[in-house]
Design a binder for this molecule. Structure first.
Ligand SMILES: *Cc1c(COP(=O)(O)O)cnc(C)c1O
Length: 360
């Protein structure tokens, strides 16, 4: 059996150890005589899984007790509506920094519920940088400020968080979840779809400061009401049971590797391999300004569309799949999430070097 190196932006690779453990436990989870897919979400054995996943997430991310952890469905995109419904209820205003498509979508969705304001944008240069802001740029009366911490499509990340004064900062961390330590106390809310770094698709995790809950609009659908989900320990209805189980296995894998500090080391090593090569190549170049480069998503191009296509085609044939860039940027993108082994990036760089030599 030959497994490929999958550079997809999401859904993406899962650690092989996790897949093997899940396979071994498929028919009989810990002597229950059932697969996790089959068991009641109200059973004692499942309770151990969901509680265990939450405890591990709290431990790894150092989540303080005054924050709730919610295991939800609907993807990050559903939260683009849930967030304004739950929190845009003081002055019915929120500020957004537009760093790409996901921030823009969140902004457009929020505009349906109140006054959404784009404070800054990097659209002028195809979102290849993070716009600089100061506390004075934000509306003191805004209910929150929304950012997309890691921009999956464009390959940028905030290495420094914006100063929003007393206005709570909310961040979409879909594509950098668990990739490195993050100071949760800097945020009112963190959220992300799990399918990039945490689990298969179907699970969305929300981490929210408890004092912000309880002000959802009356029209908020029950399923989008974070307070109700929190009061029911994410078991108001059937949660994505199996995905939460895989999430727990991924968290165990991260812990075993040494936690988020170790993840950061590993991710820096991988990203540096690729960026160092791109910086020295005469054929390929990265598209993002150096100081805002993501550890997770690395877009790059050659000067010719033809050459880009040829590269993607030959890479695919060689077992490096899903390297085609997002349609709005073109070229290539290598997503090198936690589960991508160092060896995968080493081999990709080797392949690129060879391609450059043969086509230069
Ligand atoms: C993938 C992604 C989304 C969309 O996630 P869904 O779970 O598919 O809705 C939103 N934000 C970011 C940063 C993403 O990478």
């Amino acid at each position: 059996m030959a497994r490929v190196y999958n550079f997809s932006a999401g859904p993406s690779m899962l650690p092989e150890e996790v897949l093997k453990k899940a396979a071994a436990e498929m028919l009989d989870y810990e002597g229950s005589g059932q697969s996790v897919m089959e068991m009641s979400h109200r059973s004692k054995v499942y309770d151990g899984i969901i509680k265990g996943a939450e405890a591990l997430l709290r431990e790894l991310m150092n989540i303080p007790d005054n924050y709730k952890v919610l295991f939800l469905q609907g993807g990050a995109s559903t939260q683009f509506a849930a967030i304004p419904l739950n929190f845009m209820n003081g002055n019915k205003k929120a500020d957004f920094i537009i760093t790409g498509q996901w921030a823009k979508k969140a902004y457009e969705e929020a505009a349906k519920y109140g006054e959404a304001r784009a404070v800054a944008s990097s659209k002028d240069k195809t979102f290849s940088y993070i716009p600089k802001t100061t506390a004075a740029d934000f509306d003191k009366d805004a209910d929150y400020v929304h950012i997309c911490l890691n921009n999956t499509i464009y390959g940028t990340i905030y290495h420094e968080l914006p100063d929003t004064g007393n206005v709570p900062l909310f961040a979409d961390i879909s594509s950098c979840f668990l990739s490195e330590p993050l100071d949760v106390t800097r945020f009112g809310l963190l959220f992300g779809g799990a399918q990039k770094n945490v689990a298969p698709a179907g699970l969305t995790i929300v981490i929210v400061r408890e004092d912000l809950l309880g002000n959802a609009r009356d029209i908020t659908p029950t399923m989008l009401n974070y307070k109700i989900m929190a009061d029911n320990d994410s078991l108001y209805n059937t949660p994505p049971c199996y995905t939460i189980y895989i999430c727990k296995l991924v968290l165990e894998w991260i812990k075993q590797l040494g936690g988020l500090e170790a993840m950061r080391e590993r991710n820096i090593k991988k990203a540096n391999l690729l960026y160092d090569y791109l910086d020295n190549s005469k054929m390929f170049r990265g598209t993002v300004v150096k100081e805002d480069r993501s550890l997770m998503n690395v877009p790059f191009v050659t000067d010719s569309d033809e050459l880009n296509d040829k590269f993607v085609k030959e890479a695919t044939a060689a077992g490096f799949v899903n390297l085609k860039g997002h349609r709005t940027v073109g070229g290539m993108r290598a997503s090198i999430y936690n589960a991508m082994p160092v060896e995968g990036v080493e081999k990709l760089v080797e392949f690129m070097r060879e391609f450059e030599k043969n086509n230069g």
